[in-house]
Design a protein around this ligand. Structure first.
Ligand code: GLT
Ligand code: MN
Ligand code: MN
Length: 388
């Protein structure tokens, strides 16, 4: 039996806002009493997590006095030291306070845009103080309900200007910090700018310091948009931009559910884990989800343990898949290549193009070959369902 105990090399992390979620939803009051950041760190230590991430205001309430902030930080630091839990990532809350009702960096009000920059600089300092190496930007409020309110191209420009500003701030301070941009198509705004990981990847290339900026794709956010999450992750990885990842689960076409990782679409979760394990992804694996509203804190621990356990089970299944002789033989057969087309691939030249123009192709013969994907998929299902 494989060992499904979380190991530090997997860098399993949780946000304070995930295990600290108190079970409030738009129709109902909280079902769990809040815990302090330090208490949440002890909880994470108990379940075997590697790290904890925070928004500035998860750790220090927006209206805390300097003395209160110091006391919270001291307690939090002690909990980190006691448990060995580390802080790999931090972020800014640019969405909860009413000042951000029309966005932060893309707000129509210059005072809001300036305040958002000020808040972000402070939050970056706080993250770095606790050792964060990755800084996430989730622009949850950077959007609209009515497109008569904003020029969409102007909003992208404002976002770009803000990202350029904070990149320079990090350079200026000499911080060892990279940014990871997280897309979401909607919720809490009716529509959010840069709605998918693909949009973010394109946006990054327009920044002054694209090398400092990558993405933080989230399973649920791409599933909300009906997109194959693993494909987006693969694209980000291939571009050298997979700086961070938010793992959870989500039924497509519904509200933002943030379900326990792998609890909805086991097959999609399997291909995702297989991809990450096959390529040797080494950045944090962050579970951005929360326990059902029905749970007490024992249930929250069940939730957190479940996220990590499912990941490890799927990693084990991926290893099994790679070692499965029948599956591998089938893959070899599917990918057969006798080298007869080699001369046409690679970099273009006119000679190649000329030769290719006269190459005969027997379309019927080529297309009559069955690709055996049904068998391959069923073998995958058998493996996932535990009968192989
Ligand atoms: C919020 C959101 C998440 C983001 C967090 C980081 S905040 O919980 O739903 O997807 O990753 O800002
Ligand atoms: Mn989410
Ligand atoms: Mn997220």
């Amino acid at each position: 039996m494989a060992d499904f105990t979380p190991k530090p090399e997997y860098k399993f992390t949780f946000g304070l806002w995930t295990v600290g979620n108190i079970g409030r939803d738009p129709f109902g009051a909280p079902t769990r009493d809040p815990k302090t950041p330090a208490e949440l760190v002890y909880l994470l230590g108990e379940v075997g997590a590697y790290g904890v991430n925070f928004h500035d205001n998860d750790l220090i309430p927006i209206d805390a006095t300097p003395a209160e902030a110091e006391a919270i930080k001291k307690e939090f630091r002690k909990a980190l030291d006691d448990t060995g839990v580390v802080v790999p990532m931090a972020t800014t809350n640019l969405f909860s306070d009413p000042i951000f009702k029309d966005g932060a960096f893309s707000s129509n009000d210059p005072r809001v845009r300036a305040y958002a920059l000020q808040k972000t600089m402070n939050a970056i300092d706080l993250g770095v103080e606790f050792g964060a190496k990755t800084y996430v930007f989730w622009g949850g409020r950077e959007g609209t309900e009515t497109d008569s309110s904003k020029n969409a191209a102007e909003a992208i420009k404002r976002n770009r200007e803000a990202m350029n500003f904070v990149c320079e701030y990090v350079i200026d301070q000499g911080y060892d910090l990279r940014f990871a941009l997280e897309a979401k198509p909607n919720e809490p705004r009716a529509d959010i700018y840069n709605p998918t990981t693909g949009h973010m990847l394109a946006f990054i290339e327009t920044l002054d310091h694209p090398e400092m900026v990558g993405v933080n794709p989230e399973v649920a956010h791409e599933h909300m948009a009906g997109i194959n999450f693993m494909h987006g992750v693969a694209q980000a990885w291939e571009a050298g931009k997979l700086f961070h990842i938010d793992l959870n689960d989500q039924y497509p076409g519904r509200y933002d559910q943030d379900l326990r990782f792998g609890s909805r679409d086991i097959k999609a979760a399997f291909y995702l884990v297989k991809f990450l394990e096959d390529v040797g992804y080494e950045n944090p694996r962050h579970f951005d989800a929360h326990a059902y509203r029905t749970e007490d804190y024992e249930g929250v621990k069940d939730f957190a343990r479940g996220c990590m356990r499912t990941y490890l089970i799927l990693a084990d299944k991926a290893a099994q898949y790679n070692a499965d002789k029948e599956i591998q033989a089938l893959l070899e057969e599917i990918n057969v290549d006798d080298g007869s087309m080699d001369q046409y691939f690679g970099k273009y030249n006119a000679e190649k193009a000329g030769a290719l123009r006269t190459q005969p192709f027997n379309r019927e013969a080529i297309s009559s070959r069955g690709l055996k994907y049904e068998r391959l998929d069923q073998l995958t299902i058998d493996l996932l369902l535990g009968v192989r």
